[in-house]
Design a protein around this ligand. Structure first.
Ligand SMILES: [Zn+2]
Length: 150
């Protein structure tokens, strides 16, 4: 795109004023863009805090009463909030397990509580059963590393 053409004013004073205004506008471009990205970073940090609090709130509820599991954070809220692991237990054989939320094929907008009926215990599946998972806690690291049964 060709640079925008500003008609040159006839008087010298006006020409000077125009040059000054153009310089100001060009300087403002950078200042406003910098302010915008600063605000955006602050906003992202606030969203991250909100996601973290949402996960902590859900964890407290699960720890104290185990219900209701709905409402819960979404997968991307949990990951963004620093809780990328979901600790679960098979409702039938009680095998504990950790689910890496980032590795799931479910859309990131899926609510964590919706995973209860979608995560299957491999051990029970071999026995022809499909019990749902009991959701325990969201975690920042796996609680039972190297189990990988569900
Ligand atoms: Zn099981």
């Amino acid at each position: 795109m060709a640079p925008k053409h500003h008609p040159t004013p006839l008087s010298g004073g006006d020409r000077k004023a125009l040059t000054k205004e153009l310089g100001k506008a060009r300087a403002m471009t950078g200042i406003l863009a910098a302010q915008s990205s600063e605000m955006r970073a602050k906003g992202a940090a606030l969203i991250q805090q909100a996601d973290k609090l949402l996960c902590e709130s859900w964890n407290e509820r699960m720890w104290s009463d185990c219900e209701p599991i709905d409402p819960s954070p979404t997968i991307d809220q949990a990951i963004n909030g620093g809780f990328p692991w979901l600790e679960i237990q098979c409702s039938r054989c009680k095998t504990p397990n950790d689910v890496d939320l980032a590795a799931l094929k479910h859309p990131p907008t899926t609510f964590v509580h919706d995973l209860a009926s979608r995560l299957r215990c491999r051990k029970c599946a071999k026995a022809g059963r499909r019990p749902s998972a009991t959701l325990l806690q969201l975690g920042w690291q796996p609680r039972h590393p190297r189990r990988g049964e569900v």
